[in-house]
Design a protein around this ligand. Structure first.
Ligand code: IN0
Length: 414
């Protein structure tokens, strides 16, 4: 749950946080009894936390396919990320991964913590994969094949140009969009979306992650991971790692803002993709990560903290987004709110201010033109200036829960 301090500052986070906590504990009780499916769903909860809940609300058949797709991709990612594997070992594994999913005796030990368990016990994932319908299997196989080949290509290649950046993001995230659109179509619930829109859905998420994770990636041991394109950062510093040094703060923030402005090019496509979805559970599954992404970009924009530590949305805001993202009107409302937040942070002296503002205004126009924004509570406007009687009561309850948890954990330590 969120910290006590954060809840006291944002008392309206409390109810969505409690709802999320209850949904998580219900989901954990629903782990299937068969060992391979049990492994897959508990692994899903370990590696993705809140996103697992969003997967859990899909219809059974599609949910199983998405769960396996997610784990296969995480496994592929674990191989790509493990810097201790020599390139001549890694490349053939990435290229042949789409075949390994059919072989429930195959496994390759790598990664750390829960990812090591996923890799060591990959036979459970393959066994579950083999129980999926043929159309789901084919979609997962095809995307895994293309992604593995793309990752292999980038093992020995740096992200130099903006085209390289788009190409890399296509392999690791755009293809996920293409695969998911195929799975939705195979379930019979949705028309097949155009590839370019599915691709943009992935690019918007991945570019947000790459921006947010700058420090974590640059500090990676034994070797930095660098995904920011040279074509952008070389306008500000000589080496990508220079962005983290205090003397370059002004340039670093300008470079960050340039990266955010680049990510904003995908917003229009994402809104178009989501507005064509018909199934409410598929809609929520797609929309929640997108709203989190625009919220994260708004938080990161012009924020030097990206180069100093972790910039993440508070848990209460995540819980609110999960609770309140149900219709396209909610999505337009959220994109509008976070665009306002972004706009308020643009400094007219920033070298890309005009470009950034024009992209923000285009997003706001799309949200307004849709005419769907409902009378909802804003995520960003200060809506909790004073404590009402109910809020004080709620705060006392939280305090009681915290104290109860504190004493329970103390007594269990003895
Ligand atoms: C995802 C995407 C995802 C969800 C819904 C529709 C999508 C359409 C196109 C492309 C991707 C789509 O969502 C997850 C979200 C996620 O994992 N969130 C994390 C939070 C975080 O900060 O990492 C969580 O723990 O809750 C996502 O980020 N990716 C992903 C991977 C597989 C699948 Cl099946 C769907 C990863 C990525 C690289 C952005 C594609």
């Amino acid at each position: 749950m969120g910290s006590l301090g954060a809840i006291l500052r944002h008392p309206s986070d409390f109810y969505p946080l409690m709802k999320l906590k209850m949904a998580a504990s219900n989901a954990e009780k629903q782990i299937p009894p068969q060992p391979h499916w049990g492994f897959c769903y508990s692994m899903l909860h370990k590696v993705s936390r809140s996103f697992a809940l969003v997967i859990q609300q899909l219809g059974t058949e599609l949910r199983d396919a998405v769960c396996i797709f997610y784990l296969v991709l995480r496994a592929l990612d674990t191989v790509e990320d493990d810097t201790s594997i020599p390139t001549d070992v890694k490349v053939p594994i990435l290229k042949a991964f789409h075949q390994h999913v059919y072989d429930n005796e195959w496994h390759f030990s790598c990664g750390t913590k829960e990812y090591k368990v996923l890799m060591d016990q990959f036979h459970h994932v393959s066994t579950a994969f083999l129980e999926l319908g043929k159309r789901y299997q084919e979609a997962i196989e095809e995307i895994t094949k293309r992604m593995g080949a793309g990752m292999a290509k980038f093992i020995c290649k740096e992200v130099e140009t903006i085209d390289d950046y788009d190409e890399y993001c296509h392999y690791v995230a755009g293809l996920v969009g293409l695969g998911l659109s195929k799975l939705f179509h195979a379930s019979g619930a949705e028309d097949l979306a155009p590839d370019s829109l599915s691709n943009s859905m992935g690019l918007f998420l991945q570019k947000t992650n790459i921006i947010r994770d700058y420090l974590e990636d640059i500090n990676e041991i034994p070797k930095s991971r660098m995904f920011w394109p040279r074509q952008i950062w070389s306008n500000y510093v000589n080496k990508l790692e220079d962005l983290k040094y205090e003397e370059n703060s002004e340039k670093a923030v300008q470079c960050l803002n340039d990266m955010v402005t680049n990510a904003l090019t995908h917003v229009e496509d994402c809104l178009t993709y989501m507005s064509a979805l018909r199934d409410p559970s598929i809609f929520r599954f797609c929309a929640i990560p997108q709203v989190m992404a625009i919220g994260t970009l708004a938080l990161c924009y012009n924020n030097i903290e990206v180069f100093r530590g972790v910039v993440k949305m508070r848990r209460g805001l995540t819980a609110k987004i999960i609770d309140r993202t149900r219709t396209m009107a909610d999505v337009y409302g959220a994109f509008y709110d976070f665009s306002c937040m972004l706009k308020s942070k643009v400094d007219k002296n920033d070298p890309n201010a005009t470009k950034t503002l024009s992209r923000i205004e285009a997003t706001q126009k799309s949200c307004r033109d849709a005419g769907l924004r409902n009378k909802r509570k804003s995520y960003i406007l200060p809506s909790e200036p004073r404590y009402s009687f109910v809020q004080v009561l709620v705060l006392l309850i939280i305090l009681a829960i915290f104290l109860a948890q504190f004493f329970a954990s103390r007594s269990s330590n003895y």
